[in-house]
Design a protein around this ligand. Structure first.
Ligand SMILES: Cc1cc2nc3c(=O)[nH]c(=O)nc-3n(C[C@H](O)[C@H](O)[C@H](O)COP(=O)(O)O)c2cc1C
Length: 335
């Protein structure tokens, strides 16, 4: 099938794997790209060396187009973006920041840029910065979805931009895919559905929980990592969403982020404290959130950890191979 998205990225189906930390690994990225979609590597929790290794690993596993993401407000994201550019990643996906320099550098080697946005202001800014396409993420989404539902947000942004739109947040099957096309999107990006795939690296217990969750078993709170985000309702997420922030504890926890990203902890802590109270509080929440994400997504412990989960989990009933998911979504083998 053809849309401006398949043409732009040189892929068979306009189905994208969202860049999910600890989930969108080289193996899952390659599986999605091999099946005709576009896999996006998540770099948010990787050191510079791991980003480079990840890209090289994807190239060993597939010769199909793939992407990698950078969330620009995360510590270290700009340095990760430089690696993506040096390695000439075919599609660079950025979010939460200014994309002008990324667009210029990626276009210089013939790559494409897709910006993830949750409102019209950021969509228009990304188009102006030179992005080739947008991932528009609605309220239903796992993680940082917007305040407006995909049903309304997607067509409202399609009406305001020239570049093609990929709809994200609430898509998992053929009905959702057709609905996204009807809203004017030219592809979809899925997180929750691919997290619950055979090739996904998360513990099976999380895939089972995602397949058993009802549509109303998520919560949307700014208290998990400092920005409104959607998680599965669990003892861990309820505790984080209700607990007042302890800045000293957060400062201590930021050490783990520094370790993971290969940064000097005193430098990171000083940078955060000097960035102003609003950002410092957001980063403090992120530091506490990071520990909970690791406990949830790596250990599968939702009593103390958290799992980002979209409302669409309520429409997912089994763990399937990536190729079956994509075929089902585009209607070649409807499920
Ligand atoms: C387990 C999981 C982890 C995620 N991690 C990230 C992340 O690290 N960064 C990010 O920008 N979005 C993250 N997301 C959100 C996805 O990128 C995407 O926006 C969302 O899943 C789309 O909505 P859907 O879940 O309804 O398909 C994550 C989603 C899930 C399910």
């Amino acid at each position: 099938m053809k849309t401006r998205i398949t043409e732009l990225f040189g892929i068979q189906y306009p189905v994208i794997l969202s860049g999910m930390s600890w989930v969108s690994t080289p193996e899952l990225v390659a599986a999605v790209s091999e099946a005709g979609g576009l896999g996006i590597l998540a770099t948010g929790t990787l050191t510079l060396a791991q980003v480079r290794e990840g890209i090289r690993r994807i190239r060993e596993l597939t010769d199909k187009p793939f992407g990698a993401n950078v969330t620009l407000y995360f510590p270290g994201a700009e340095r990760n973006a430089e690696i993506l550019i040096e390695e000439q990643v075919p599609v660079v996906n950025y979010a939460m920041g200014k994309g002008d320099k990324i667009c210029e550098a990626v276009h210089a080697y013939g790559g494409k840029v897709v910006a993830t946005v949750t409102n019209a202001k950021h969509a228009l800014a990304a188009q102006k910065a030179g992005a080739d396409a947008l991932i528009v993420t609605g309220h239903e989404a796992a993680g940082h979805g917007g305040r407006v539902t995909s049903l309304v947000l997607v067509p409202s942004i399609v009406d305001q931009v020239e570049i093609p739109v990929i709809a994200a947040g609430g898509f998992a099957d053929h009905r959702g895919f057709q609905a996204a096309l009807a809203l004017g999107a030219e592809g979809i990006s899925m997180g929750t559905r691919f997290m619950a795939s055979v090739e996904s690296p998360v513990p099976q217990v999380l895939k089972d929980k995602a397949s058993q969750a009802r549509v109303d078993q998520t919560l949307y709170s700014p208290k998990i990592d400092g920005i409104h985000a959607r998680m599965m309702v669990s003892p861990g997420s309820k505790r984080l969403a209700s607990r007042p922030l302890n800045p000293l504890n957060a400062l201590l926890k930021s050490r783990r982020i520094a370790e993971m990203m290969g940064f000097s902890w005193p430098k990171l802590a000083a940078g955060i404290m000097l960035s102003g109270p609003e950002n410092a509080f957001r980063m403090a929440r992120m530091a506490l959130g990071f520990e909970a994400f690791e406990r949830g997504m790596i250990d599968g412990d939702l009593d103390r950890g958290v799992l980002p989960l979209g409302q669409v989990a309520g429409l997912i009933h089994e763990t399937l191979p990536v190729a079956d998911i994509i075929r089902g979504v585009v209607g070649e083998d409807p499920r």
